[in-house]
Write a protein that binds this ligand. Structure first.
Ligand code: IVH
Length: 667
């Protein structure tokens, strides 16, 4: 057999083995044999690039290419479902359906509500051609390359099946508990932020720019909605049975029922049993089974009248409170955290719960040894929602702290805020680190080769005490004598050096004056033109400026009243940072784009996207993310996405290239 024919044969066989493994749960070859065939295929494909096929089983491993997501307008909008939280509302739904169908008999398909993110898959001639996220329901991101790595999604349906030539199938992409636990354990080890729940993890993963990351994360998918002309029959349930035969993973836990009692039985059963499922579920979905009846019931503006979701109550567990510790975050906010006896809750073991702030703590009136009820919301840390029984008479009440547990400063509470803060932002370590992290962040000084761990490390080694110290670092201090090469160090120093060119408005944002965000910093920088003028500005002068209120103004004054801050700014000046508006920028400003909304798309030759964004703003325009009929024009580089192009053409919006744009603002 020649190599090309062998490639086709291997692809065919691997598709079949995938099906046996992931759908039928009945593999006929060992993992090793599978890998062996896969390697043979990969080798042959490498030798025959002309045989490339995006749906080859080899594509499951993903690639390191960056995916720029294109938007895709859904062929049919992806609606959401009405939610109910109690039996009465379920009974109301039943009644509405029954009345809507004029008393005709009907069946309801009961399904689990999977807690992931919805996906729309398009197949043509049995091949996966496109996978799109829900997005805003009208249009979503084309994530085909990432979805190809999910092994339970067939790339190629078995030959000769009774699938229609063209159809769409929708379902949920999920991260099973096992993958989720493994991923978070790895992230904890690496000091990376944890995912709050499998849904966030699945969604973060599917939006990853790198499909090999997706391939490693072990996503899964359940399909629950078949659409298109020529789908097999009138029954939703029967259609999904057909989809299962074609190789889609369809839940085995769907039930077709004809009475409301059976619906409640299904709900009650799964409210308990869902704890034993490998994936997260947050309710039950009820759908009228007959497509004809679905059609006659129709839709409201937001959701179909023929389906509804019943949401399970959040899971609670009871345990004993041992102690409350107070954590100081990088903004200075102090959060009370309860330490409890470990207890099993919604798939994980829980021993800590957030108590949010002093008010929440006061309302719970906690004592050491209390029996408390813990619940898991959307956040990573569960919360205490109440006491399971009154506190023991002699038990010790737990008050909120008055002094910072890290540096001992008296805590403050700003008007209108729930949190207490440590005010010692130039002397309390978590706050100092928070300020340095803000300083180097992308929208501030963009010292992107420095990460939070490195900052921590330098701080602990006494190399830096504030952000100005970054400019005194030298290669000798940072060089690790054990390391074979110190490329990383040189990169860090180079990006610190480069940051000296960052324009004044961003320096003003970077120094971290409370309440002075990106926009306020820009406004102040343009109004006053230099750090010295901002430093001298009075309350009256500041509050005159459009967009600067009393809170911001007061905060600016307070910041510069502190000699430590003034000394800090002085050191930045001496280090050579831009502390006034550049001559170029002063001249470059105009109102040529006044009132215009500009979308930036594609890859550019002369300037980066951020630079173009700044140019648009300097000339009075606004940079917006997506195309609408309000868009004035599109600044398009190379490889502008076809979906965007189509939309722009449909709306008759002008597409301008780089050179045209640059000469427009120069005119
Ligand atoms: S059917 C028109 N079935 O819940 C019907 N949705 O609020 C569309 N979901 O966006 C959805 N499990 O992401 C359906 N068995 C299931 C589901 C399910 C989870 C999600 C889906 C949808 C949301 C509805």
């Amino acid at each position: 057999m020649d190599e090309k024919a062998r490639i086709l044969q291997l692809r065919d066989e691997l598709h079949q083995h995938n099906y046996r493994y992931y759908v039928e749960n009945n593999p006929v070859i060992s993992d090793q044999e599978f890998d062996f065939m896969m390697h043979e295929l990969q080798d042959l494909e490498a030798k025959h690039p002309e045989m490339f096929d995006p749906n080859s089983p080899s594509q499951r491993v993903g690639s390191d290419l960056n995916n720029e997501f294109e938007t895709f307008v859904h062929t049919r909008p992806m609606l959401s479902l009405g939610n109910t939280y109690n039996r009465e509302e379920v009974a109301d739904f039943w009644k509405r359906v029954s009345e809507g169908l004029m008393g005709a008999p009907f069946q309801i398909c009961c399904e689990l509500k999977f807690d992931g993110l919805s996906i729309s898959l398009h197949y043509e001639d049995g091949r996966l051609v496109r996978a799109v996220t829900r997005g805003d329901g009208v249009q979503g991101d084309d994530v085909t390359a990432n979805v190809r790595t999910i092994r339970s999604i067939p790339l190629q349906l078995p030959k000769g099946g009774d699938w229609p030539r063209q159809f769409e199938i929708r379902g949920e992409v999920l991260m099973p508990w096992s993958s989720f636990d493994r991923l978070n354990a790895e992230r904890e080890q690496a000091g990376e932020p944890l995912f709050a729940n499998p849904r966030n993890a699945a969604s973060g993963t599917l939006k990853s720019k790198n499909s090999s990351t997706v391939a490693q994360r072990g996503l899964d998918a359940y399909l629950y909605y078949l659409l298109g002309e020529g789908i097999p029959g009138d029954g939703h349930y029967q259609n999904l049975e057909a989809a299962a035969r074609w190789g889609f993973q369809v839940s085995k836990n769907m039930r077709l029922v004809s009475t409301l009692e059976e619906v409640f039985e299904y709900i009650d059963y799964w409210d308990q049993e869902r704890r034993n499922l490998p994936v997260a579920t947050d309710g039950v979905v009820l759908k009228v089974n007959s497509l004809a009846q679905q059609k006659s019931l129709g839709m409201t503006a937001k959701s179909p009248r023929w389906a509804i979701a019943y949401k399970f109550q959040a899971e609670q567990a009871e345990t004993t409170l041992r102690q409350v510790v107070f954590q100081v975050g990088r903004t200075g906010a102090v959060t009370p955290v309860a330490n409890m006896d470990p207890v099993q809750l919604a798939g994980t073991q829980v021993r800590r719960a957030t108590l949010h702030n002093a008010d929440v703590m006061a309302s719970l009136d906690l004592h050491v040894g209390d029996k408390v009820l813990v619940e898991k919301g959307g956040e990573i840390i569960p919360k205490i929602v109440g006491k399971a029984s009154p506190s023991e008479p002699e038990s010790l009440a737990i008050p909120f702290v008055e002094y910072c547990p890290v540096c001992g400063s008296k805590l403050v509470r700003y008007e209108g805020e729930a949190a207490h803060y440590c005010p010692n932002d130039t002397g309390c370590p978590p706050l100092i680190l928070g300020r340095i992290e803000h300083f180097i962040s992308r929208k501030a000084m963009n010292i992107n080769s420095l990460g939070p761990e490195t900052v921590d490390d330098y701080y602990r080694r006494g190399l830096i005490h504030d952000a100005a110290d970054l400019y005194d670092l030298n290669e000798e201090q940072l060089t690790d004598p054990q390391a074979s090469d110190n490329k990383g160090v040189r990169k860090i120093l180079a990006s610190i050096e480069e940051s000296k060119q960052i324009p004044f408005e961003r320096v003003l944002f970077a120094i971290g004056i409370r309440f002075v965000g990106e926009i306020a910093a820009k406004t102040l920088a343009r109004y006053y033109g230099s750090m010295d003028k901002v430093m001298e500005a009075s309350m009256e002068s500041l509050t005159q400026i459009n967009g600067i209120g009393e809170v911001i103004a007061g905060s600016v004054i307070q910041y510069f009243a502190n000699p430590v801050n003034r000394a800090f700014v002085e050191r930045l000046r001496n280090a050579g940072l831009q502390i006034e508006i550049g001559e170029q920028q002063r001249q470059a400003q105009s109102d040529k784009l006044e009132g215009q909304s500009v979308v930036i798309s594609g890859v550019f030759q002369h300037h980066s996207r951020d630079e173009y964004k700044a140019l648009i703003e300097q000339h009075g325009g606004k940079n917006v993310g997506s195309i609408s009929n309000k868009t004035s024009f599109i600044l398009a580089g190379e490889n502008m996405g076809p979906a965007k192009l189509e939309k722009a053409q449909k709306l008759g919006i002008r597409i301008m290239n780089e050179d045209e744009f640059l000469s427009l603002i120069k005119e």
